[in-house]
Design a protein around this ligand. Structure first.
Ligand code: CS2
Length: 409
């Protein structure tokens, strides 16, 4: 069995299709993975000794790969094993996929890491790298900030130790991984010949770009195609604005037009035109050569259109209050600062406001309440997103007009 040298927080489908898959290429590295809270997945995965099937679903066929990098699975609230692993000097890397909302000051990412790092310091277990794999710009810097702020409040000595011993790596992660359905479980059992209770279905495309130090070593993730660069920013901007921003457009505007999946929405000529308009606008804010962006857009269209990947708009619509500020507002602000109307970004914000008012996919967002309570006023919603936005009278008028244009009936 692989030795545990990575501890992961956020055991779910995406982690198992992405970081665990990359780690699979280096047999010297095993992962102990913790969920946020759920008991079910660790129980089922432990019964299979961490093994599960990764279904790589292309446009015309599937490849089934049994994954072996995860060697232990725990519930996130199980602090005993969490602390014991962080006290172990063999553990060199902590990876995280907890979604955007978990990085709030004092949130679960800060709390778990500060707790675990305090134990590691006391145990004298030495330095390590923390690798955030969530869709946040500068995710390494964000993690460092929330961890160090909390540590400094609790124990300035711990904060100093973290500054000297913990490297916060910034990454761009990408692999479209819809939630596994009961049909997927049945199909895998039929095709794979063993009763895998927790398979993961993902697309063939995958990308991982990282920047930062690994003071206690790392797996040879480059064997699977990961890239180590000096500056992640152009890559993360490309991915967050074009892929994730495009997703959010389809999730709100596409579900309001009656579509259920990304593939169905992108086949609709209206949604497709809106997507192109968003991409034209967003590309002005991605610091990469035009040819690279054109190629990325073409590849994205193929990925979105993959009819065998059932990626629901409802899944993507979740947590809009956390996602829009990252995926859409930078373009909105950049366009307005340049004196342009920002029609593509306005369309997404308007579609989200209609979603808050009940159109399309259901609202599933712990942070939505203040927005929902004031959703009847476009100006109020913009005010909550930023007073620079509600103070822009032309923008308020444009969003109001677009909300009306997209409203059903
Ligand atoms: C999606 C992402 O649910 C969402 O918000 O936009 O999960 C997306 O599928 C991944 O970032 C793709 O790498």
């Amino acid at each position: 069995m692989r030795p545990v040298r990575i501890v992961h927080l956020g055991l779910g489908g995406f982690f198992r299709a992405h970081q665990a898959w990359y780690t699979g290429f280096d047999p010297d590295w095993g992962i102990a993975a913790f969920t946020g809270r759920s008991h079910e997945l660790p129980t089922l995965l432990s019964r299979q000794r961490g093994r599960y099937t990764l279904v790589v679903r292309g446009p015309s066929s599937d490849t089934l790969e049994v994954q072996e990098a995860v060697v232990a699975a725990y519930t996130g609230t199980d602090l005993g094993p969490w602390n014991a692993l962080l006290e172990d000097s063999a553990v060199a890397v902590v990876t995280i996929t907890m979604t955007e909302a978990a990085y709030a000051p004092g949130g679960v990412v800060a709390e778990r890491l500060v707790g675990g790092l305090a134990m590691r310091r006391l145990a004298g277990a030495g330095p390590l790298a923390v690798v955030s794999c969530d869709n946040l710009p500068g995710n390494g810097e964000v993690t460092a900030r929330v961890v160090r702020d909390l540590a400094a409040r609790l124990d300035p000595g711990l904060d100093e130790w973290i500054a000297a011993n913990v490297s916060f790596v910034t990454t761009m992660v990408d692999r479209i991984t819809p939630r596994t359905t009961p049909d997927d479980v049945r199909d895998v059992a039929a095709a794979g010949g063993w009763d895998d209770a927790v398979p993961v279905v993902t697309e063939p495309f995958t990308e991982w770009v990282l920047s930062g130090d690994f003071p206690a070593g790392r797996p040879a993730w480059e064997k699977a195609g990961a890239r180590f660069v000096d500056d992640v920013v152009p890559h993360e901007t490309r991915k967050l604005l074009l892929l994730n921003g495009g997703h959010s457009l389809l999730a709100y505007a596409g579900s309001a037009r009656g579509f259920e999946t990304v593939a169905a929405a992108v086949a609709d000529p209206v949604c497709r035109t809106w997507l192109d308009e968003w991409w034209d606008e967003a590309c002005r804010h991605v610091p990469l050569p035009a040819a690279e962006l054109t190629a990325y857009r073409a590849a994205l269209l193929d990925r979105f259109a993959n009819p065998r990947i059932r990626h629901t708009l409802a899944q993507i619509a979740a947590d809009g209050s956390q996602k829009l500020p990252i995926r859409v507002l930078p373009v909105l602000r950049g366009e307005r600062a340049a004196g342009r109307p920002a029609a593509g970004a306005v369309r997404i914000v308007a579609a989200w406001i209609n979603h808050l008012r009940g159109a399309g996919a259901p609202v599933n967002d712990a942070g939505a309440e203040p927005f929902r309570a004031r959703a009847s006023s476009v100006r109020d919603v913009l005010e909550l997103l930023g007073s620079d936005l509600s103070g822009d009278a032309d923008l308020v008028t444009a969003v109001e007009a677009e909300v009306r244009r997209q409203s059903p009936g």
